[in-house]
Design a protein around this ligand. Structure first.
Ligand code: NAP
Length: 244
């Protein structure tokens, strides 16, 4: 039986690295993304190169109707399957000092980074419950653990993910479903390229004096989704070059 892994925001960056790593582990990878079809196709190519199968499932994680329509379609096409691994990775930044932050900026960052987790996890939990097995990994951030100027909304979302991780882990523990959060530091992706100049001080403050690689986050996701991590749940694990 195939083990299906849904990774949100898997067209680029950390999500793509997770898709490839879980493909190496033998999972059938469901590659979610918002709009970058070309990049998602490249992830699919890499998943196949890694020796597994995959499929594209675009939807906006901040829109519950889109999520439900996409997943209804997926479940209808896979009546005997369920999604055993959900990695809530899709995220955006939109840095702005709170003094000038608009309500739209606040809501859009919370919608993608936090509400997206709620909509997606709620939709796949039933299958995990029925099959008495599941893995949920939430990609939070070091920004949810310490303060950065311009990220009041992003920090609220990422800290919210940590709280949700802990509570959901308790709710589902007896069903062999684990829920964990990963807090990356500064990882070398498109997201970081956007703010790399103004965040140069971050790199200097990283004890290892380098940015993290997306693969280094993916190795941890792979471990958390493996049988070796059966007894690890409700945890918040940093991966930040010693920065915190
Ligand atoms: P990235 O390179 O900017 O990639 C973002 C991914 O999320 C893309 O696949 C994008 O899809 C997708 N996405 C964005 N909005 C979406 C939406 N509304 N619905 C569905 N997919 C959406 O980001 P990254 O650096 O890999 O970050 C991945 C995660 O790690 C995020 O949650 C981020 O907050 C977290 N993180 C990153 C860092 C870092 O330093 N990079 C540090 C800590 C935490 P499209 O290609 O279609 O746009």
């Amino acid at each position: 039986m195939n083990r299906y892994a849904l990774i949100t925001g898997a067209s680029r960056g950390i999500g793509r690295a997770i898709a490839v790593e879980l493909a190496k582990d033998g999972c059938h990878v469901i590659i979610n993304y918002k709009s970058n079809h070309e990049a998602a196709q490249e992830t699919l190519r890499l998943v196949r190169e890694a020796g597994s199968e995959g499929e594209l499932l675009p939807f906006d994680v901040s829109k519950p109707d889109e999520i439900n329509a996409a997943l209804d379609g997926w479940f209808a096409a896979h009546p005997d399957d369920y999604i055993d691994i959900l990695v809530n990775n899709a995220g955006i930044v939109d840095d702005e000092l709170m003094l000038w932050m608009t309500s739209e900026q606040w809501h859009s960052v919370i919608d993608v980074n936090l509400n997206g987790f709620f909509y997606c996890a709620r939709r796949v939990l039933e299958g995990m419950f029925e099959n008495r097995h599941g893995r949920i990994v939430n990609i939070s951030s070091i920004a949810g653990q310490m303060g950065f100027a311009g990220q009041v909304h992003y920090a609220a979302a990422k800290a919210g993910l940590i709280g949700s991780t802990k509570s959901l882990a308790v709710e589902v523990a007896t069903r062999n479903i684990t829920v964990n959060a990963i807090c990356p530091g500064t990882i070398d992706t498109d997201m970081k390229q956007q703010g790399i100049d103004k965040n140069e001080h971050l790199r200097i403050e990283i004890p290892m004096h380098r940015l993290g690689k997306p693969e280094e986050v993916a190795y941890l996701v792979s471990f958390l989704c493996s049988a070796k991590a059966d007894y690890i749940s409700g945890q918040v694990i940093g991966i930040n070059g010693g920065a915190l």
